[in-house]
Design a protein around this ligand. Structure first.
Ligand code: DGL
Length: 272
């Protein structure tokens, strides 16, 4: 069965990943699903994030997607492995679900000189230690320090990312991270929402520290996946369309999504 690439996030953050994927591969069809009504996921338990993510993946499969990208670190950290190993073989072994953490972990080896890196992410992603584990497998010499930023996603979901309040919380978490490890020379923005705060994060981070937004790496990794799996690539329809679904009211989604994507968006409401 052929269909669109499904892109899932708890809310708007996955749009930063969609934007990069689409820039690299505009020929494909995309179906974006934001679970805005239940965002943020970052402070929710393992079990709840897993259940919500599985519902979203099933829905995107029902709508014909052969492949779903979890464009959400929290869902990738807490649900991806179980869905890949336990659910997918039962639902449909020919479909695929990919995450964003592995492609981001792969890029870090060439970027850090000090071999000390930091991760900004939701409390759920930091608690899961998924970045530490993935980076440890690839680059055992790199020291990874995580910093949970519980206020960043709510600031973004509420349209407050340009406010003075955002400056306060961004600076606070940067200072906390660099106090834990002053030798850090690269920081992964390990939440797909964070590119929206990029200017503020840059402003409060010493200029010698690299900031890594993951969209670009996830997009390249997906293109590489298609090169290695031409059978999957052949199942993705290619009319260059994009459709947006949200579990919240479409009007507020349309307004906020436009800021993320720089073009007008017309979303449809769905229940999960
Ligand atoms: N954008 C998501 C991530 O990458 C999560 C945000 C949230 O819902 O807490 O982790």
């Amino acid at each position: 069965m052929a269909g669109s690439i499904g892109i899932f996030d708890s809310g708007y953050g996955g749009l930063t990943v969609l934007r990069e994927i689409r820039q690299l591969m505009p020929e494909y069809d995309y179906l974006y699903l934001g679970d805005n009504a239940r965002a943020p996921y970052g402070t929710r338990s393992f079990e709840v994030v897993y259940q919500f993510t599985l519902q979203a993946v099933r829905r995107l499969f029902d709508m014909g997607c052969p492949l779903v990208v979890l464009a959400c670190n929290t869902a990738s950290a807490k649900a991806l492995r179980t869905i890949q190993q336990r659910d997918l073989p039962l639902i449909d072994p020919s479909r695929r679900v990919l995450g964003v953490i592995r492609p981001t972990a792969e890029c870090i080896g060439n970027i850090t000189q000090t071999r000390h890196i930091g991760i900004f992410a939701t409390p759920g992603t930091i608690r899961s230690q998924t970045y530490d584990i993935e980076i440890g497998k690839l680059f055992p010499d790199i020291r990874v320090t995580g910093q949970a930023c519980p206020m960043w996603v709510p600031l973004i979901e509420n349209g407050e990312y340009n406010s003075d309040g955002a400056d306060y919380f961004v600076k606070k978490n940067i200072d906390q991270l660099l106090t834990q490890d002053p030798d850090i020379d690269a920081i992964i923005l390990g939440c797909t929402h964070y590119p929206l705060l990029f200017d503020k994060i840059r402003k409060h981070t010493p200029s010698h520290i690299h900031l890594i937004s993951q969209g670009e790496y996830v997009a390249k990794s997906l293109a590489d996946y298609f090169r290695r799996h031409p059978d999957m690539q052949a199942r993705i329809t290619q009319q260059g369309t994009i459709r947006f679904l949200t579990t919240e009211h479409p009007t507020s989604f349309n307004e906020s999504a436009t800021a993320f994507l720089d073009h007008p968006v017309t979303a449809e409401h769905i229940h999960l």
